[in-house]
Design a protein around this ligand. Structure first.
Ligand SMILES: *[C@@H]1O[C@H](CO)[C@@H](O)[C@H](O)[C@H]1NC(C)=O
Ligand SMILES: *[C@@H]1O[C@H](CO)[C@@H](O)[C@H](O)[C@H]1NC(C)=O
Ligand SMILES: *[C@@H]1O[C@H](CO)[C@@H](O)[C@H](O)[C@H]1NC(C)=O
Ligand SMILES: *[C@@H]1O[C@H](CO)[C@@H](O)[C@H](O)[C@H]1NC(C)=O
Length: 359
């Protein structure tokens, strides 16, 4: 019983103290200081876009409010204090004291502090404004030379692709080779191709990304030039007097050949010469001989030249016995005295045979 009474007495004393305290507070001696309903939040924005720094105050009373950036005052009450003030405005109503920036520039980045000044002191809360910048490919070099839409190197050289980009945060830069059947990625801003081969030719793209839209890329057409190749279709060709035949050299050249010629005894032949392109870098250089004469037999040179080098190959035209004139290209020969020779053997053997029989 005694314990209960004691408890009740303690309780009533506590209630009395609380009421007294409240009266004292309300009398103005102990007003609750203004504070922040929520701390100032950090803001990320893309350069050129607007940003809003929010300051939400509680128990505002007649407190004065101010924004400070990196310890330089930006605003006081309703006034913007910076020289460059037309990009900034304030929403100063009730609980809000918000700083609006219409078109952010890089220099706006910093720590923004909302300060509440009241009679007995001040309080502050800070947030960071971060200005993001989308990536931009800044330079694209091959072997240290800035490249345009196209770059040319010679086969067998060492080739260094390098690409740099700007942006905030620092962009990730990679190269990729674009292909008809998908792309090949190089996970680096520099790509070294040692002893570059002609198969490396193609369209390359440098890609920069930093999670700020949009990503940026630049392309370059990469062309590996090489010493032309020239290969006789057959290095020995048989023909009959007054017959017709053709000599052929297969050609592969990049850049395209500027000279594709036939020579015999150091003299250029233009009659019957033609070039049949097979598309891309390849084709066939042809010499048509419509009516083979005595002087036509011998060694022919097909010679091609591009800006890298000159290359040639030789074809020898041999004479075989006369064919019946109505059957050009006939595969059997009449060697006289009723014998016929079938052309299924190797040409050289055949020639020896013909020579022996004719003697
Ligand atoms: C400042 O405001 C915060 C949030 O309202 C509060 O917690 C803190 O006690 C205040 N500081 C001062 C010195 O008034
Ligand atoms: C790539 O280019 C940048 C900018 O020009 C340069 O600083 C860097 O050293 C180059 N990288 C290589 C591997 O050459
Ligand atoms: C990119 O290339 C440089 C120079 O060749 C090399 O040091 C670096 O390790 C490479 N980075 C990656 C991710 O492969
Ligand atoms: C370069 O590549 C070619 C063709 O792939 C090869 O024949 C040659 O030996 C290579 N040269 C060097 C120095 O590696």
């Amino acid at each position: 019983m005694g314990l209960l009474q004691l408890h009740a007495r303690t309780m009533s004393r506590l209630v009395a103290t609380t009421i007294l305290l409240c009266l004292w507070v309300n009398s103005g001696h102990c007003q609750q200081n203004p504070g922040f309903a929520s701390p100032v939040a950090s803001v990320d924005t893309i350069v050129g876009q607007p940003a809003i720094l929010r300051c939400t105050v509680k128990n505002r009373g007649d407190a004065r409010l101010s924004w400070v950036k990196n310890s330089i005052p930006v605003s006081m009450g309703n006034d913007i204090l910076l020289a460059d003030k037309n990009r900034m405005s304030l929403i100063n109503t009730g609980r809000q004291y918000d700083l609006h920036i219409t078109k952010t520039v890089l220099e706006d980045e910093g720590t923004y502090t909302c300060v509440i000044y009241f009679s007995s002191g001040y309080n502050s809360s800070s947030g960071d404004l971060t200005i993001l910048v989308p990536p931009t490919v800044q330079s694209m070099t091959v072997n240290g030379q800035e490249v345009g839409q196209k770059v040319v190197v010679e086969e067998g050289t060492d080739t260094l692709f390098n690409c740099t980009a700007t942006g905030k945060p620092v962009p990730n830069v990679i190269w990729k080779k674009l292909g008809k059947h998908g792309s090949v990625f190089f996970q680096n801003s520099t790509v070294l191709m040692s002893n570059v081969s002609r198969t490396a030719s193609g369209r390359y793209s440098c890609l920069a990304s930093n999670n700020v839209s949009p990503t940026h890329n630049r392309v370059v057409d990469f062309e590996v030039h090489y010493v032309p190749t020239v290969t006789p279709r057959r290095s020995e060709v048989m023909a009959v007097l007054r017959g017709r035949t053709s000599l052929k050299c297969d050609v592969d050249a990049l850049p395209a050949a500027t000279q594709l010629d036939w020579y015999k005894d150091n003299r250029k032949i233009s009659l019957g010469r033609r070039y049949e392109s097979t598309g891309g870098t390849t084709g066939t250089l042809v010499l048509e001989l419509a009516d083979v004469r005595d002087g036509d037999f011998g060694e022919y040179i097909c010679r091609i030249r591009n800006s890298v080098a000159l290359r040639e190959a030789s074809i020898t035209l041999y004479e075989v016995a006369t064919l019946p004139p109505t059957t050009p290209g006939y595969a059997e020969l009449d060697v006289g005295s009723g014998h016929r020779l079938s052309c299924t053997c190797i040409t050289v053997l055949w020639m020896i045979l013909v020579t022996l029989i004719l003697q």
